[in-house]
Design a protein around this ligand. Structure first.
Ligand code: CP
Length: 305
């Protein structure tokens, strides 16, 4: 993977995913032991995060991952850059490349923008979330969380619930999970579960309670208000009752099943406070694993042999 961009999970083989997960698992312990940090694996490398959309987890964890590996960060403030004077995103990226930046980490509302940059630059571009399209490092940290819980992927059944239509998390996970032998189901309001998901390999389910009871992992998704006009959901309380995870639905879950959410969560909408704090919720584990997963990606793309 050295020198390549990291744009999607759709083109990653099970071997590549397995190697990334194995490396990420090694980095989990190191990330949580500050005495071992920073490593000098990426000493001398410079990484520029370009976040055109809001982020807490992805931005901070990439920064943490880069620092953990000894890299330096060039934090371009989008609002104070020449972008506001009309310079294009591509010219901005080329300007950073001309200053010998080693990699860009890009989040943008436009699906396909990281790919466009990767096609026009010679440095690696890492997709940190593009529009409704993909969020590949989120899928990696989710797989890591699932592997830590179950020790393997084969035969697992994951149910995604909520706003599938606008979810880059659901798409990246669907590709990666199928590659690793996981069965993926999806449920939510018909307006927010596009039938195309079936063509991509997901089973769309109508009986949510039955699907929750059969799942090893229930993965809740936030309604992406920032990516939609009104009309997809009639009312929040109805949405929460029909498609959310409250205590009654939580009681249907198998004893060994876990609850995931990529964050940020709208507590009281897609899940109750009790569900968030449920002992088998792994939401905070996901956040912690985000640093290790991103260390693995930076390592594979940027470390010298
Ligand atoms: N999961 C995720 O992408 O969170 P942020 O928007 O906080 O980065």
């Amino acid at each position: 993977m050295k020198g390549r961009s990291f744009l999607s999970t759709a083109n990653l083989s099970s071997t590549e995913l397995g190697e990334l997960l194995s490396l990420a698992q090694d980095y989990c312990g190191i990330n949580n032991n500050h005495k071992l940090l920073p490593l000098d694996l990426l000493r001398g490398k410079m990484i520029a995060p370009l976040f055109f959309e809001a982020s807490t987890r992805t931005k901070v964890s990439f920064e943490r991952a880069a620092r953990n590996l000894g890299a330096e960060l060039i934090d371009l403030q989008i609002g104070a850059s020449s972008l506001i004077k009309g310079e294009s995103v591509l010219e901005t990226a080329k300007t950073l490349q001309a200053m010998a930046i080693d990699a860009l980490v890009v989040r943008h509302a436009s699906s396909g923008l990281p790919l466009f940059l990767a096609e026009n630059l010679h440095i690696p571009v890492i997709n940190a979330g593009d529009g409704w399209h993909e969020h590949p490092t989120q899928a990696l940290l989710d797989l890591l969380t699932i592997f830590q819980e179950f020790g393997s992927f084969a035969g697992l059944n994951v149910l995604f619930m909520g706003d599938i239509r606008h979810s880059r998390v659901a798409r990246s996970n669907l590709f990666a999970m199928q590659t690793m032998g996981i069965s993926v189901r999806m449920a939510g309001p018909p307006t927010l579960v596009p039938p195309e998901m079936k063509a991509l390999g997901a089973e769309i389910v109508a009986d949510i309670d039955q699907a929750v009871a059969a799942a090893d992992v229930v993965y809740l998704l936030r309604i992406q208000w920032e990516r939609q006009q009104s009309g997809f959901v009639s009312s929040l309380s109805e949405y929460s009752q029909l498609y959310g995870m409250g205590e009654e639905r939580l009681a249907l879950m198998k004893d060994h099943a876990i609850l995931l959410h990529p964050g940020p969560a709208n507590v009281g909408v897609e899940l109750s406070a009790a569900a968030y704090a449920w002992p088998r919720s792994r939401i905070e584990v996901q956040v912690n694993n985000g640093v290790a997963a991103r260390m693995a990606v930076l390592h594979r793309l940027l470390a010298e042999d």
